[in-house]
Design a protein around this ligand. Sequence first.
Ligand code: 13P
Ligand code: SF4
Length: 342
Amino acid sequence: MSITITQAPDLDPFAGIDPAIARRTAPVYERIRSVIPPFKWTGFAPEIDAILRLKRERNAIILAHNYQTPEIFHGVADIVGDSLALAREAAKAKADVIVVCGVHFMAETAKLLNPRKKVLIPDTEAGCSLADSIDAADVRVLRRRYPGVPIAAYVNTSVEVKAECDICCTSGNAVRVVESLCAPQVVLLPDEYLARNVATQTDVQIISWKGRCEVHERFTAQEVDQIRETYPGVVVMAHPECAPEVVAAADYTGSTAGMIDYVGRTRPARAMLVTECSMADNIAVQYRDVEFVRPCRFCPHMNRITLPKIRRALETLSHEVDIEPAVAARARAPIERMLALG
Ligand code: 13P
Ligand code: SF4
């Protein structure tokens, strides 16, 4: 289940690379060499070098989600974080161009919060099973079925869905957002598991939708138990998009940033992150004293973002996120309500 990257000592990661590029990118390689095999670096170095140059030329910044692979997360990103942090940073970005290395709803959120900037996503197909699980018509049906009940939308939704909702939330603030509505009942969509996990932490009655994250829904409590048997003392952290039984089997539950913070504060000897696989690599770089047990489930959507696609996005200034102004105005309000909670 765990993956160990063993580096062959005789492989030169800079073999065949232009010496100037090798020199400029050497500090990045030094940082991530424990999680990048040398043969991969020969492909990454020229792309990273070109992207760093293009960012300067275009006055661009790169926002990268915690699930991006290490060569993006540590190699080219200016700001990394969970959905909430990326939304906050997008709102205050000063650069002319914002490249979002994440999935489509994250790029839409950036555009909603900073509409005058050119917001680019390197691959328009980088979607999300949660965002795909519900559309605006479904929300209107819920509105009619539960008159007077406020509707909170997880940010993992399209702009059209957000436009129909009262407030947004992320995995980092869902309980707080629900309670801020001061209502006995709240519809929390579209993630059924997030809704059920929030319900265990509040007296508000939560009405859920049937969406699931295709990555997190596959983890099981039995798997967590097996990992604990195989790796004694392992500290288990789970994302709230996992099933409630998995969350109950974990030592900590929180957003991607919450899990990173927990590792930093508690410094366990062994840790397992019940979430997307790249995140363990990203933090293993920072916390070398922590042994990460990797259950390894990749998000196919997050993984569509690659260095060559980021480079192309900056070269061609595509694919630009464009949101119809009337929808944007209605979708922005629930996100701003969330951000106003602090
Ligand atoms: P976070 O907000 O915790 O970063 O989660 C986003 C996401 O897509 C998790 O699958
Ligand atoms: Fe969506 Fe799940 Fe991928 Fe996150 S990990 S972007 S929720 S499919």
